[in-house]
Structures are given as C-alpha cells and as structure tokens.
Design a protein around this ligand. Structure first.
Ligand code: TXA
Ligand code: MG
Length: 317
C-alpha cells in the first residue's frame, strides 16, 4: 500500500518523478499522473487495466490554463467554465499539441476540468503541469469516494494517496462537448443538465449508446459492483432474485422486507445526499456479500438523472 495522508509536498514529489497519486476531487477520487509525461500516463492505463481507447480527463488549476491545452475555447464553453468551475464539469475542446495522444486516445480533443477539492486545488497550483486522472478504480468497477476505497483496490500501485475525506458530490463530472457553439452533453454527472441549459441555452444530449467511441465512459457495464443489480420499486421483482438480496431505496423503507437488508440513500429525500452515498452503498453491498440487489430509481430530474444513469450501467453487466 502507498502512503496516505494530507501532505501536498509528498504527493507533488511522487508526481514530479512520474509516479501515480490518488487525489480527492468533489466528485470521486482520481488516479493522477503528469498529463504531459507520456510514460507517467501509460502507468495510469496499466494500473487500472484500462483500454487505450478510453481517453483521460486533464485537471487544471484554473480557467486561465485553458489556452495552454486547448486551441479553441467557444464562447458558450467559456460561460460554462466561468459559472461552474471549480466544479463537476468537464469540457471537451480541440487540443493543443502538448497533450500526448495517449491522454486523448488519439482524438483531436481533450477533456479539461478544474476540480473543486481544496487539497487537489492546492496540489495543482503547486505543480507546473496538469494532471491526467481517471476515476481511481480498476476498469469497469464502481468509482471510489474515499481514500480507503482507493487503497483497497489500487493502493499497491500508487506512490501516495492524498486523503481529502469522503467526496461531496459522489458521481463523476458532467461531460460537455461542442458542435461549434452548441453544447452537447456526453455524460450525465454532478452538474444537472437543467443548469447547463440555463447557462448555455438549449443542449443536445448524446448519452445512451453503449459503444460510442466519443465517450467510452458511457460503455454499459461501467460502474459494475460484484452483486447483480435490478432496477425497480416493485416488490414482485424480488421473486426471481438470487439471495442474499439487499434493497437500495431512494428515501423510504419498503414495508414487509427486513430493515437490516435495506439501504436508504437519503432519508430526507435529497438528491445531493443520494448521489454522495450511491457508490459507497454499492461497495458496501459487495463487502457484505449480497448476491443481488433491487435498486429503487431516483426521481428522473436534476441530479437524479445521473444517479439513475449510474444505476442502469451498474445493472447492465
Ligand atoms: O469527475 C470526474 O470526471 C472524475 C474525476 C477524477 O475528475 N474523472 C472521471 O474520469 O470520471 P474517467 O476516466 O472515469 O472518465 C473520463 C471519461 C472517459 O471515459 C470519456 O468518456 C470522457 O471522459 N472523455 C475524456 N476525454 C474525452 C475526449 N477527448 N472526448 C470525449 N470524451 C472524453
Ligand atoms: Mg471512471
């Protein structure tokens, strides 16, 4: 296991040597390396067992860094960045030549994001390079939302894990590409589509296709927990499920099912709280040895769409 703590200098020293560091962000923990060092980036793909056709997000310290890594910064993208950075928004923009092809899977675009977590912001300002970082989980598994999650699966492959506590948002960033000035949502995430539309005007969505090479994070079977998941609220669905069975409930207990096997995402009915607890709950079900789980979907609005998107992918295995 690598060292874990809050020592930014220790994390920076690892990254400067081209090694990997687990970093906290407001969405999920990332597995970071120097984005401009192709060898260091190759280490990310190796550690995650990630296919090379799946591009990485590049994390920068602020909006002023965009021109260094992107050739074009459409006005609508600029507006979104001004309103929502630092935060769970990734912008897909035409890349500069300094971004290695490995980072972008050979595409002419790069995903840029300014994360909001104070420790990672301090780290980024301390470094003179940006950080390529996918979620810090083995390819295909649920994203980590604590330093302990990172250590449990990838601890032996990192030089250091920067421990920033549990992630506040809990689902990955919303990814937005552009057709000229028009925004296209490529992945649902921590910023609801309604908010993107309020800032940037009408948005297109290009989210569903299972094998869309534009955004491989959309592959079905991403975010898969070990137990098999069924989505629905109807107790009759339990009839065909293999035990031991757990229930993931949005906010209320289901009558007539043992309470100790029910996991309530948000007793107070708040989408933010449900999102923050979702991945930790999926991991907990695996730890407790459940064979299957019936998950009640969230209301299909705001952050609820990202929650349901992750549930559907977790169920699609
Ligand atoms: O919240 C997040 O975005 C987290 C934290 C660590 O920042 N990161 C994250 O990374 O979720 P990852 O690798 O698990 O998902 C990144 C996804 C890729 O799978 C791909 O769908 C999309 O971002 N992506 C990256 N670069 C792209 C590009 N140039 N064009 C289209 N999609 C891209
Ligand atoms: Mg991921």
């Amino acid at each position: 296991m690598g060292l874990t703590g809050t020592d930014i200098e220790a994390a920076a020293a690892c990254l400067e040597r081209g090694e990997l560091v687990g970093i906290p962000t407001e969405t999920v923990y990332g597995l970071a390396a120097n984005a401009l060092n192709e060898k260091a980036v190759a280490g990310i793909f190796e550690a995650k067992n990630r296919p090379h056709f799946d591009p990485l997000i590049v994390h920068i310290s602020g909006m002023d860094q965009v021109p260094a890594y992107a050739r074009v910064f459409p006005e609508t993208a600029r507006k979104l960045a001004e309103a929502l950075w630092p935060g769970p928004l990734t912008l897909i923009l035409p890349k500069q030549t300094n971004i290695p092809d490995l980072v972008t899977s050979g595409q002419d675009t790069v995903g840029l994001r300014v994360p909001a977590h104070p420790l990672t912001r301090a780290l980024l300002s301390r470094l003179d390079f940006p950080l390529a970082a996918p979620s810090a989980n083995p390819f295909g598994y649920v994203s980590p939302t604590t330093a302990a999650h990172v250590n449990a699966q990838l601890g032996h492959k990192v030089c250091y894990v920067l421990d920033g506590g549990p992630c506040e948002v809990g689902v990955e960033s919303t990814i937005v590409g552009f057709e000229g000035e028009s925004p296209v949502i490529l992945r649902l995430g921590g910023i609801p589509v309604e908010i993107i539309a309020a800032i940037a005007g009408p948005v297109k969505e290009s989210i569903s296709a299972g094998s869309n090479p534009q955004a491989p994070g959309q592959l079905d079977s991403h975010y898969s927990p070990g137990c098999s998941l069924v989505i629905g609220a109807d107790p009759s669905l339990l009839a065909n499920m293999k035990g031991p069975v757990a229930l993931i409930r949005f906010s209320e207990v289901m009558e007539g099912f043992p309470a100790e096997h029910q996991f309530i995402l948000t007793p107070s009915g708040k989408l933010e709280e449900a999102a923050a607890r979702l991945f930790g709950t999926l991991r907990l079900l695996d730890e407790r040895g459940y064979q299957s789980a019936l998950a009640e979907p969230a209301p299909e609005t705001g952050l609820g769409r990202a929650i349901n998107d992750r549930l559907r992918r977790a169920a699609a295995r």
